[in-house]
Design a protein around this ligand. Structure first.
Ligand SMILES: Cc1ncc(COP(=O)(O)O)c(C=O)c1O
Length: 465
């Protein structure tokens, strides 16, 4: 073969790569057959008006990948390539693996936050500051529990705002509450039977399941987890959201808190995991002190997250191990590298150190409080067949309807109107009460659209305004 037609483009792709790719495609498409002789390097170089080195590089690549062979003094020949699959063949991703992101007219799911007030400028400033050669050390692996600068800031923050006193050594930073829980369960081994709230934070259920930790559902009422039920159970550990029960919004009553702590104190193997996920956003009364702040005997493992206070995409949460547990597990903990990038940890540490975190929280508390008020005002004008609760904190309120239709049916009507809504049944292990009840999350809906969003939902249910 004297010539080979190859179309060269003037773009960023090096010429040798274009030549290599086109010859490879001719071979895999069977345009060039096994045994065909390729033009000599000199001839092809002069035909394509490129340097001989360019052809040499292309042939060397084809040779290295087994598409062609070289025979002494005879030249290059196409190899038998039936068994070869080109490395750069396009990989098709099964549709089920692709993230489906349906867009809704209104999204009432509880996990969305308000993004309009995010302090991008300050975030950018700190990010720019640390992405600099003077912070080369951040390219290295950090402490498995997270950078000490961030852990120190968190220790100070939870002492002031939640009454939780600990040293930075007791804190472990991880990429979310579920990841930290998984770490804790790995450390604990298979000995604990976990009591969970019913309804409760359902994202945690698979974590228990995957680590073969059986769970016992414990009912929840207007005073939080019914601790008397826990006492009757065989559970050795309890996972609770005492300051703002998820999803009902109940606050664990003071007497139940005392009973719960006494239950844990009574046996060496018992302990409590407190999930304090959104304590920053309480709109009336005094802040509810964390259960951990009342713990006299190191029985409460405290967890919290930046998912509500900052953003869920940050993937940053923290856990405080009581001193004795920390001593037991510290060697297990350091077997795993930290799961949060150090650059992000450093940005958050600076935010906290320089007072921006506190300012951001104050601003967001006002934003969410205003939104909650709009939700309450709108719901108050609707039919008396509606009751709502959990309006003193957080980014969602519960609504309950007196309606003969099922929760499932009402959900499907809302979805038909392109509204994303979640029913309480999803959060139950077992449910006896059947009245249709929904979580009305408003974090991601602009304040001036809330009324319309609720009215649209109402109309989707054919209820009069
Ligand atoms: C009850 C509860 N716990 C914890 C979290 C936070 O989980 P993560 O830190 O994995 O984002 C959430 C959601 O934001 C939640 O609703």
């Amino acid at each position: 073969m004297e010539f080979l037609f190859i179309e060269l483009q003037k773009n960023d792709q090096p010429l040798y790569e274009q030549i290599y790719e086109q010859i490879r495609n001719k071979i895999t498409d069977n345009e060039l057959k096994p045994g065909d002789k390729l033009p000599s390097k000199r001839k092809l170089a002069s035909f394509l008006e490129v340097s001989q080195t360019t052809i040499e590089l292309a042939y060397a690549q084809l040779h290295a990948e087994g598409y062609i062979r070289s025979e002494a003094r005879r030249g290059f020949f196409v190899e038998q390539i039936d068994e070869l699959t080109p490395v750069s063949a396009p990989i098709t991703i099964a549709p089920s693996l692709e993230q489906e992101r349906p867009s809704y007219d209104y999204d009432f799911s509880p996990g969305t936050i308000d993004t309009s007030e995010f302090p991008f400028a300050t975030w950018r400033k700190y990010a720019k500051e640390i992405i600099d050669a003077s912070y080369q050390d951040l390219l290295q692996l950090g402490h498995p529990q997270g950078d000490v600068e961030l852990r120190s800031e968190i220790a100070q923050y939870i002492a002031h705002s939640r009454g939780v006193h600990c040293t930075p050594e007791q804190i472990i930073i991880g990429s979310g509450t579920e990841q930290l829980m998984a770490l804790l369960l790995r450390m604990l081994g298979n000995q604990s039977l976990f009591a969970i709230e019913n309804p409760g934070y359902l994202q945690m259920h698979p974590v228990f399941e995957h680590h073969h930790h059986p769970i016992v559902p414990i009912d929840v009422d207007q005073d939080g987890m019914i601790v008397e039920q826990l006492i009757q159970s065989e559970a050795t550990a309890a996972f609770v959201t005492p300051s703002h029960q998820f999803p009902t919004g109940a606050v664990l009553s003071a007497s139940r808190k005392a009973t719960l702590l006494n239950w844990a104190y009574a046996r060496k193997e018992r302990f409590i995991v407190e999930d304090d996920y959104d304590s920053e956003f309480r709109y009336s009364g005094r802040p509810i002190p964390a259960l951990k702040s009342l713990d006299q005997h190191g029985k409460v493992i405290y967890m919290s997250t930046f998912s509500k206070a900052f953003m869920p995409s940050l993937r940053m949460a923290y856990m405080v191990l009581p001193p004795a547990l920390y001593e037991t597990f510290k060697y297990d903990v350091i077997q795993y590298a930290a799961t949060v990038p150090r650059f992000d940890q450093q940005i958050v540490a600076r935010f906290m150190k320089n007072g921006h975190f506190a300012r951001h929280l104050n601003r967001m508390r006002t934003v969410y409080k205003r939104k909650m008020q709009t939700v309450i005002d709108t719901l108050s004008t609707l039919s008396p067949k509606l009751t709502f609760f959990g309006e003193h904190a957080g980014m969602h309120v519960m609504i309950q309807l007196e309606d003969d239709r099922t929760e499932e049916h009402l959900l499907s009507l809302a979805h038909k109107q392109n509204i994303r809504l979640i029913g309480i049944s999803q959060y139950y292990v077992q449910r006896t009460e059947q009245r249709p009840t929904f979580l009305l999350g408003f974090g991601g809906i602009p304040n001036d659209q809330i009324e319309n969003a609720i009215h649209t939902l109402w109309r989707s249910w054919d209820l009069s305004l």
